[in-house]
Every structure is written in C-alpha cells, then in structure tokens.
Design a protein around this ligand. Structure first.
Ligand SMILES: Nc1ncnc2c1ncn2[C@@H]1O[C@H](COP(=O)(O)OP(=O)(O)OP(=O)(O)O)[C@@H](O)[C@H]1O
Length: 280
C-alpha cells in the first residue's frame, strides 16, 4: 500500500499541515481533433474538435442526421475516419486499438447480438472475449442480470428478447469488464419507464465511481436530467460543448438552447397536409 504521508498530504515536523501534492490530472475521456467523415457527396462529420472530460455523464445531442452515430462509430473504432485524430483515455483509437478496446464498453445503434445464445450465455461468452476468469464473469453476470431485471429471462434466447430487453442485455455486455468509458447510442429508445429508471440507476452509480458515460440522444429532458456535460452537434459540426449550465446559458431549458443553437424553427405546415384529418 502507498505510504499515507506520500499520498494524502502530510504534517511536517513542526506540525504544520502541508498542501497535498497535486493529484495527477486524468486525460480526457475522449479527445478528437480535426475529425472528418464523408459518404460520397454527403459530409457526415465536418472536421470536429471535441474534448470530453473524464468522470462525467456526457450527452451528445443533435437533430436527425447531425452526425452523432458517425462520430461515436469513429470514436469507438468501428468506422475509419477520413481524417483526424481520436484519443480515448489518453490512447490513440486507430494506432492502439487493443488498448482502447479493453478500456471501453459500447452499446451501438442497431445493436447486433448473438441471437442464438441465451442472455446468460451471451454474458459468459462476452466475459471470455474480455479475458475475465470464468468464476468472476459468472459472478458479475448474475449481479447484472439481477439488477437489470433480466434474471427471469436469463435462459431465454436473445432472439426472443423484446427491444428493451435487448438494450438491457447489450448494456450488461458493455459493462461486464468494468470499462473506463461507456459509449451508448440512444440507450433509452424502446425502453419502458421502469427499465429506463433501472438503467439510469446503474449508469449513475457507474459515473459516481469515476467512470465516464457518453451517450447520444434526441430527448433533451433526459439529457438535462442526467448529464452534467453536453456537446451539441448539427450538420456535422459541434455547435457547443461544455457543462450543462454553460451550454444552456440564459435559455430556460436545454431544449430552448438546443433549438437556438441548431437554428431550427418549428416548421409551419401552412397549406401543406390539408388532406390530413377531418371527416371523410
Ligand atoms: N453508411 C452511410 N452511407 C451513406 N450516408 C451515411 C451513412 N451513415 C450516415 N450517413 C449520412 O451521414 C449523415 C449523418 O448520419 P448519422 O447517422 O451520423 O446522424 P445522427 O446524428 O446519428 O442521426 P439520427 O439522430 O437520425 O440517428 C446523414 O446525412 C446520413 O444520411
């Protein structure tokens, strides 16, 4: 164990308390510089810079097609950027992929799972892929299944899981190896309010321990109630990033700040859709 006097500030021989040595600053959970991705003519991500601090609950928000999924896919090593540099927990994602992948958990959009395994088997398999000893993987799997209210369905095949159950087993797989940074693409989509509350509790506990959650969402109320740090994306660019208070600024809510930042007026349907509704 480290010498207490070395690690926690000390009292000198005259009994005067000395300031503790500065704690070593953690590298940002994610640092992105000049990141670009284009699909044919479509620029999905247009040279973004992003610095997401460690130990925060971070929301990446933006309208449909803003480039959130493309960004998260590149940050998690699933999609190769055209240009730019990405570090996760101080390691280059594309030069040091094994190091990065051991430190992250990912719940991607359009989650693909091993459908012919039961939930319990999926976690056992994930544990082996992650190099966990069998008994430890079992212990963690039992606790995760229990907390996420999947214990009753643990022997059911994943193909027979509902959308919300799939999100929860995907989350359990992403958490099993206790990653430093967890990336979640729309984790609450298709999840009922009770399960959403459970997932929330698990994620809040996880960030309280110093880990980082980065999640994308369209639901501003959710981001406002969960996140302490926000990045706003629109048309492939970062429009704002900072603490929730900084991004909200003078606006009454994050939703108002968001509409202002992305320059989106609510579309007036005018004379259009005049056929919709009314008696036939
Ligand atoms: N594989 C692809 N091939 C072609 N275009 C793509 C591809 N993936 C994304 N795009 C385009 O890139 C842009 C950004 O898409 P992306 O899925 O990253 O946005 P998003 O912010 O996640 O949107 P949403 O909130 O609707 O999921 C969109 O214009 C989309 O059509």
């Amino acid at each position: 164990m480290a010498d207490q006097a070395d690690s926690a500030g000390a009292t000198d021989t005259a009994g005067v308390a000395q300031a503790p040595p500065p704690t070593q600053a953690l590298p940002p959970a994610v640092r992105v510089e000049g990141l670009w991705k284009r699909f044919g003519e479509q620029v999905a991500v247009a040279g973004i810079d992003l610095e997401l601090p460690a130990g925060r609950f971070i929301g990446l928000v933006g309208p449909n097609g803003a480039g959130k999924t493309t960004t998260l896919s590149m940050v998690t090593g699933l999609l190769r950027p055209d240009m730019g540099r990405i570090e996760v927990a101080g390691h280059d994602v594309w030069r040091d992929p094994v190091e990065v992948k051991s430190r992250i958990g990912v719940l991607p959009e359009g989650l693909r799972l091993f459908e012919r395994l039961s939930g319990r088997e999926l976690l056992g398999y994930t544990g082996r892929l992650r190099g966990l000893p069998g008994a430890e993987a079992d212990r963690r799997a039992t606790q995760l299944l229990d907390v996420l209210d999947l214990a009753g369905a643990q022997h059911k095949l994943v193909v027979d899981y509902s959308t919300g159950m799939r999100k929860k087993i995907g989350l359990a797989s992403a958490l099993l190896h206790n990653p430093e940074v967890l990336f979640l693409d729309e984790p609450f989509e298709g999840v009922d309010p009770v399960s959403a509350q459970t997932i929330r509790g698990v994620l809040e506990r996880y960030t309280r321990s110093g880990a980082t959650v980065v999640f994308s969402s369209h639901v501003m109320e959710l981001v406002e109630s969960l996140c302490d740090w926000v990045a706003v994306m629109a048309a492939g660019r970062i429009r704002a990033q900072g603490t929730l208070a900084e991004v909200r600024g003078e606006a009454a809510s994050l939703q108002d700040a968001f509409l202002e930042l992305v320059g989106a007026g609510v579309r007036d349907t005018g004379e259009s859709l005049d056929w919709l509704g009314g008696a036939r």
